[in-house]
Design a protein around this ligand. Structure first.
Ligand code: BMA
Length: 374
């Protein structure tokens, strides 16, 4: 217990250094109009997060599940692979809610929701930002969201669909959890919510070949309207994040509307056996998507981000600094690296203490911080 308290105290001190904005880059995307959440009843703290993203202090660094576990450790108070490699806690921490809809105690990756709540509070307390996905189950087959054996799952949860009432019950459980994330004073903690992501691919039940653009938009708007109007959830910022795209037409094909999206973004990973060729392709694609999204976001007066990214196992020792050369000069607000599983040796996307990419990651993080002082 004593160790836990000491670690938490030092964690907050370090994090205050890490997360406090020290200098402000002039926002390249702002049209000098205040950016306000699409939810007109959003809490002040939620407004503050969007305002902070709009002003863009620098590229923020994110990591999925960072305080909960890392490569070969699980729920050890104060630990963070990002801290142990870069010297600073991440600015943004990602969380996964799949399982909440079935009243499970833990999510699909084994994170207890009670621990998740505690870590969300810690991140918020240290000046960081929480974001979450919800890989909700396939409501017809009962399997996970990667079961794409049937089309029509999205259609089935829409108002005229046979699974609509059941899906609203799932949203009730999701809302109950979101409304339980409060600070020590009982104030709701803001969360960036990235529902139905990677929609340009077809590996989730809400993916491209599994529903029509109109069904996707209805699904999003139904979710937004139910949470804000029926459940009185007002601590969310809504993030629309595609997979890969080569033009803005594809990016916008399923875009549900400026009135229900706060932040734009994409998820992007490096795949491919020949590492050097795959890296060049990845960087080229990243660059293209940044060049397409930055002006679009500016036109829409919304911040944008790289909502998920990574190269599994990081077998390239220049991966982060090469990524930085493309991303740091843009006006992306944050990048979130995917999780470091504690129970799967090669499933990690940020380095851990002793990994060969540690220095490269540290240099990259340092460069994001120097950016603000340029
Ligand atoms: C995937 C993998 C899975 C995990 C899922 C949701 O990319 O990391 O192991 O269950 O994300 O977090």
């Amino acid at each position: 217990m004593k160790n836990g308290i000491l670690l938490l105290t030092s964690m907050i001190c370090i994090a205050l250094v890490g997360c406090t904005s020290s200098s402000t880059n002039s926002p390249e995307t702002s049209q000098n109009k205040a950016v306000t959440p699409v939810d007109s009843l959003a809490t002040q703290a939620t407004r503050n997060i969007l305002d902070r993203l709009d002003k863009r202090e620098r590229l923020l660094i994110g990591h999925q599940d960072d305080l909960s576990y890392g490569h070969s450790w699980n729920e050890e108070p104060g630990r963070s692979d990002v801290l142990e490699t870069s010297g600073l806690y991440p600015d943004v921490c990602g969380w996964e809610l799949a399982g909440i809809e079935l009243s499970e105690d833990a999510n699909i990756d084994g994170v207890l929701f009670s621990n998740m709540r505690k870590h969300m509070q810690e991140i918020h307390q240290m000046g960081g930002i929480n974001t979450m996905t919800w890989h909700s189950y396939n409501i017809i087959t009962g399997n996970d969201c990667w079961d794409v054996s049937l089309t029509g799952i999205a259609a089935s949860v829409l108002p005229d669909g046979p699974k609509h009432e059941q899906y609203l019950k799932w949203l009730d459980k999701f809302a109950d959890f979101v409304l339980s994330i409060k600070d020590d004073n009982g104030n709701l903690i803001p969360l960036m919510f990235r529902p139905y992501h990677e929609l340009t691919g077809s590996w989730f039940w809400w993916g491209k070949d599994l529903c029509s653009p109109d069904e996707y938009k209805q699904l999003w708007r139904m979710t937004y309207n139910y949470l804000t109007k029926e459940k009185n959830v007002h601590n969310l910022l809504y993030v629309y994040s595609t997979g890969n795209f080569n033009d803005t037409t594809l990016f916008l094909e399923r875009y549900p509307g400026d009135d229900v999206v706060d932040i734009l973004g994409f998820d992007i990973y490096q795949y491919g056996e020949d590492l050097n060729i795959a890296q060049q392709e990845f960087l080229k694609q990243l660059n293209l998507q940044c060049e397409l999204l930055s002006p679009l976001a500016k036109q829409k007066n919304k911040p944008w981000a790289v909502c998920e990214a990574g190269l599994e196992s990081i077998p390239l020792n220049n991966w982060f600094t090469e990524l930085g050369k493309v991303l740091i000069p843009t006006d992306a607000r944050y990048i979130l690296f995917w999780r470091n599983a504690h129970d799967r040796e090669s499933h990690f996307y940020a380095p851990f203490k002793g990994h060969a990419s540690e220095d490269d990651f540290k240099t990259f993080v340092q460069e994001t911080r120097n950016q603000g002082q340029l």
